[in-house]
Design a protein around this ligand. Structure first.
Ligand code: HEM
Length: 279
C-alpha cells in the first residue's frame, strides 16, 4: 500500500469514527429529550389534575395543602396571579414539548411559529408573575432560594428575548441555540423538583436541609443548580456537536447518557412521592 493509499484509508477511518460519534451524541440527546418531555407532561398532568380540579370545584383553599400562600381569602389580585401562574404552567409545559417535535417544525412551520409566540408570552407571564409571588406574597424557602429563582426568571426573560430576536431575523441556528437554552431554564422548577426527590430518595430522607423550614445548604445549592447544571451540559453538547472531535463527542454523549439515567430516576421519584399521590 502506498503512503497516499494509507493516508486515504486513515482519513476514511477518521470520518467513519466522527460520524459514529455524532450519531451516538444525537441518540443520547434524543433519549434525554424523550424522558424530559414525558417527565414534564407528567408534571403538567399533576398541575391540571390537582390545582385545576380543585379550582373547577370552587375549592381554591385546597391549593394550600401544597402551596402555603396559594389562596389567600380576600386577596383577589394575588389569587389571580397564582391562578394565572398555574394555568400558564400547564400551557408552557405542553407547549414546550410540542416545540421540540421535529415533524411539527418541518411539516407545519406556521403551527411552530404560533405555538412559539404563545410559549414566549407564557414564559414572560410566568416569570413576571413568579417574581411578584416571591417578593410580595411570600414563598417557601429562604432568601438564597428566592434570589436563585429570581435569577431563573431573568434567564427565562433573557433567553426568550434572544430566541425571539433570532427567529424574527431568520437566523435559525442562533434561534435554535437560544430556544434550547430557554427550554432548559423554563424547566428549572421541574429540574428542582426531580433533583430534590432523587436526593431525598438516595439519602433515604431529607439531608442537608430542614424539611420544616425548607431551608439549608442542599436546597440553596439545588436552587442555583436547577438551571446552572442543565445550561452547562447544553453548552458542552452544542460545542461537541458543532466542532468536537470524536473523543469529545463520545465524552459528552456519556455525560448526557448519565444525565438521562438520573432524569429517569428523578422523574420516577417525583411521580411516586409528589405528583401521583395528589391526583
Ligand atoms: C416557567 C416555568 C415555571 C413553571 C412550569 C412553574 C410552575 C409552578 C407550579 C406548578 C407551582 C405550584 C407548586 C407545585 O405544586 O409544585 C408553582 C409555584 C410557584 N412558583 Fe412557579 N413555575 C415556573 C416559574 C417560576 C418562576 C420563574 C418563579 C419566580 C420568579 C416562580 C415562582 C413560584 C412561586 C413563588 C410559587 C409558590 C411557591 C410557594 O408558595 O412557596 N415560578 N410554580
Amino acid at each position: 500500500m502506498s503512503s497516499i493509499d494509507l493516508a486515504v484509508a486513515r482519513g476514511a477511518h477518521t470520518a467513519r469514527r466522527e460520524r459514529a460519534a455524532a450519531a451516538t451524541l444525537h441518540a443520547t440527546a434524543a433519549a434525554w429529550t424523550c424522558v424530559a418531555v414525558f417527565g414534564q407532561l407528567l408534571f403538567a398532568a399533576y398541575v391540571a389534575g390537582f390545582y385545576g380540579r380543585a379550582a373547577l370545584a370552587g375549592d381554591y383553599a385546597a391549593w394550600n395543602r401544597v402551596l402555603p400562600h396559594g389562596y389567600v381569602a380576600g386577596d383577589a389580585a394575588g389569587n389571580t396571579v397564582v391562578a394565572l401562574h398555574l394555568a400558564f404552567a400547564v400551557a408552557i409545559l405542553v407547549g414546550g414539548a410540542l416545540q421540540l417535535v421535529p415533524v411539527i417544525r418541518r411539516r407545519w412551520p406556521r403551527a411552530h411559529r404560533w405555538n412559539g409566540r404563545v410559549y414566549l408570552t407564557s414564559a414572560a407571564i410566568m416569570s413576571v408573575g413568579g417574581l411578584v409571588m416571591v417578593w410580595t406574597r411570600g414563598a417557601v424557602g429562604d432568601v438564597s432560594q428566592h434570589v436563585a429563582i429570581s435569577v431563573n426568571a431573568l434567564l427565562i426573560l433573557g433567553c426568550g428575548a434572544m430566541a425571539w430576536r433570532h427567529a424574527v431575523a431568520r437566523r435559525i441556528d442562533a434561534h435554535r441555540r437560544w430556544a434550547l437554552r430557554l427550554y432548559l431554564v423554563v424547566g428549572g422548577v421541574w429540574f428542582f423538583r426531580i433533583s430534590l426527590m432523587l436526593w431525598i430518595v438516595a439519602n433515604q430522607g431529607p439531608a442537608g436541609f430542614d424539611p420544616k423550614t425548607f431551608t439549608g445548604p442542599a436546597l440553596t445549592i439545588l436552587a442555583f443548580a436547577q438551571y446552572a447544571v442543565p445550561l452547562t451540559v447544553l453548552e458542552l453538547y452544542l460545542r461537541a456537536q458543532r466542532c468536537g472531535s470524536a473523543a469529545s463527542r463520545y465524552a459528552v454523549a456519556a455525560l448526557v447518557g448519565a444525565a438521562t439515567l438520573a432524569t429517569v430516576a428523578g422523574v420516577g421519584a417525583a411521580a411516586v412521592v409528589l405528583w401521583l399521590p395528589r391526583l
